[in-house]
Design a protein around this ligand. Structure first.
Ligand SMILES: Nc1ncnc2c1ncn2[C@@H]1O[C@H](COP(=O)(O)OP(=O)(O)OP(=O)(O)O)[C@@H](O)[C@H]1O
Ligand SMILES: [Mg+2]
Length: 617
């Protein structure tokens, strides 16, 4: 399904504090920011002096001075024009550079934070959406920070420079012309905001129409079979007329706005002409001054329009800013404690020299994992695990079975410290794992999930992802151990076969085997398989099962399986239901018990036999 169309809400109030925090990203690039600001500033002053050159030229003619003297204003003009081009060149380079750097910085910070955040953070938000949104948000903010900032500085200083020149030359006439600024501001703000909102509406209708068009074509059979053509057509007509309405509104707004502000400019020029004209007649004002004021009056529209546009854009992008800054203000809750950090520093050198020592100074070898009176809940609403106790020793395989939602995946998420217990302790060799290094622990995990994620690349590359420094021989060895070697050798390019986006060119079972090898190559001390064999055929399952025996040796393994045949040889089988251990023991013990496991097993066995008989007949 395509992404729903989402447009951020328009904030009526500009949150200056937020924008100040966002602006800090620009402050990091002072080498570009200083020339950008200075060039915008200078540009505004240069532009404000153009009418001044006109004034000088007119005064030369007015005072009947020799025409050759016109070279002076001519030279001023030439100088201003040259400065203008140079300044424009500088600010385009700087703004482009800043926009690029800021976008990169914000993205880098956001993605770094996303990597650090624990699983609980992702429970609340869908990751794909978050990432696509963030990319767009970062680009948008960087554009506003560079180009919007440039326009703001230029606009504000242009208005100030023009006002200053006018006030310096004739303050009374200046005040007359400046009286047009407040209505210009009010009208520009009003229209810019409305125009932005209608443009968004147009985009929204457009997206809906495209989506409905696609759906209409894809679903044309269903529509026809259900006799719903008329209804579908009506819906489409409705959307088109909405779009038409919005487009007309946008065009109308533009058609009113421009003449309106132009009129205000003309009124300003008119006022200057009326008041200044009287002065010119009685000789208090030169003709040059009058012409200069008239042209200033017409120029105020440009910067004010620009400022209003940037402010509207900032209001529109505020939600994006809140999202980005909100993410950056979210810190991971699961992280090394101060005590662990100290130990990491203390034992750094010793651990590097002694392979039996983990970086946190405790033994590297995991001999035992103990769940001691563990309680856990994802949220206040329900408790998922109640007083859970389990001890797993090195070399053992713990199988978790039971109904959906019982808490099996939760148990392995706790072992992986993707979540931490809300009650009780999880001990590694008798030490609470919150006193151990998080990085070290997660480096000891090998996890195979139901839908393994493989990357676009060769099989070798995918397996090597488990341990980047693994040699080709080690990769083949790992593949052999998990029984993947045979199928890999049958592929056209063997280990160098490209497996496509997400491993699309492999079957689920083959992907499973590759991800199994990838988990193994890291030589993890804790092995986790969550439903890893539930969607594959019996033949591949057999391969994995045989592989598992090799893989599990010397590790602590947790295997979650719906298919009970996979876990028959486990050292302990736990039937987990509603967050408690219903039964616990070996396969034989549990069968002898004639309890829940027995029932599950017999039912599954019967079902499979029936299926086998059906297939055979
Ligand atoms: N991220 C989460 N946020 C909130 N509740 C969750 C979350 N993950 C699981 N739960 C809830 O916790 C309970 C246990 O879920 P868990 O995934 O551990 O079950 P499971 O035994 O692995 O089930 P299945 O066999 O379907 O995989 C369920 O009630 C589930 O709805
Ligand atoms: Mg599960």
């Amino acid at each position: 399904m395509s992404q729903p169309y989402i447009e951020d809400e328009f904030r009526n109030k500009l949150d200056l504090d937020l924008w100040k925090r966002i602006f800090r990203f620009a402050l990091k690039h002072k080498r570009l920011l200083i020339p950008l600001t200075s060039s915008a500033l200078l540009l505004s002053v240069v532009e404000a002096f153009f009418p001044f050159a006109t004034k000088v030229a007119i005064e030369i003619v007015e005072q009947g001075r020799p025409v050759v003297e016109v070279w002076k204003p001519g030279a001023i003009y030439l100088m201003l024009a040259t400065m203008l081009s140079v300044l424009v060149l500088i600010f385009i380079r700087c703004a482009g550079g800043i926009s690029h750097h800021i976008s990169h910085d914000i993205k880098r910070d956001c993605f770094k934070r996303l990597q650090e955040l624990e699983f609980a953070f992702y429970d609340a938000q869908p990751t794909g959406w978050l990432i696509s949104r963030l990319t767009a948000d970062c680009d948008r903010l960087s554009r506003i920070l560079a180009w919007g900032f440039l326009d703001l500085v230029w606009g504000v200083f242009y208005v100030l420079a023009m006002s200053a020149v006018m006030l310096a030359i004739h303050w009374k006439l200046a005040l007359v012309v400046l009286s047009t600024i407040p209505p210009l501001i009010i009208i520009s703000r009003f229209f810019q905001k409305r125009m932005l909102l209608t443009s968004r509406q147009i985009r929204k209708h457009n997206a809906r129409i495209t989506a409905s068009y696609n759906e209409g074509i894809a679903g044309v059979k269903t529509t026809k079979t259900l006799g719903r053509e008329t209804r579908a057509l009506d819906e489409f007509k409705g959307m088109s007329s909405d779009m038409y309405g919005a487009s007309v509104r946008r065009a109308m707004l533009g058609a009113i706005y421009l003449p309106l502000v132009m009129t205000i400019g003309s009124i300003g020029s008119g006022l200057a002409l009326w008041y200044g004209g009287q002065g010119a007649l009685n000789g208090a004002i030169t003709l040059g001054t009058l012409v200069m004021f008239i042209s200033f009056a017409g120029n105020f529209f440009f910067p004010i329009n620009q400022i209003a546009m940037v402010l509207a854009e900032m209001q529109g992008a505020q939600a994006a800013g809140e999202r980005v800054m909100g993410l950056l203000a979210t810190y991971p809750k699961i992280k090394d404690s101060d005590n662990v950090k100290e130990r990491l520093v203390t034992y750094e050198k010793q651990a590097r020299e002694d392979p039996n020592l983990a970086p946190d100074g405790y033994p590297h070898i995991i001999n035992e994992i103990e769940f001691r009176n563990i309680g856990f809940s994802y949220n206040e609403k329900e408790t998922v695990l109640h007083d859970f106790n389990l001890t797993a020793k090195r070399g053992q395989t713990i199988a978790l079975v039971g109904p959906s939602g019982g808490g099996k995946s939760t148990i392995v998420s706790l072992v992986s410290r993707f979540y931490e217990p809300t009650k009780g302790q999880l001990l590694i060799n008798g030490v609470d794992y919150r006193n151990r290094s998080l990085d070290w622990l997660q480096g000891q995990l090998g996890i195979v999930l139901q839908t393994p994620h493989l990357f676009n690349g060769s099989i070798t590359e995918n397996i090597r992802y488990g341990r980047l420094e693994a040699t080709d021989e080690e990769i083949v060895e790992a593949a052999k151990l998990v029984n993947a070697h045979e199928f890999i050798m049958k592929l056209d390019d063997g280990y160098e076969t490209k497996i496509g986006e997400g491993g699309a060119l492999l079957s689920t079972g083959e992907k499973q085997l590759v991800s199994f090898a990838r988990a193994l190559i890291a030589n993890p001390q804790i092995f986790i398989m969550d439903e890893a064999t539930s969607s594959i055929d019996t033949e591949t399952e057999k391969l994995i099962q045989d592989g598992m025996r090799n893989v599990f040796e010397g590790r602590i393994s947790f295997v979650i399986a719906h298919r009970l045949s996979t876990i028959r040889s486990a050292d302990q089988i736990l039937v987990v239901q509603k967050g408690v251990i219903e039964e616990q023991g070996t396969h034989e013990e549990l069968l002898a018990n004639r309890g829940h496991y027995y029932e599950l097993y017999v039912n599954q066995f019967r079902r499979e036999r029936v299926r086998a008989e059906l297939e055979a007949s």
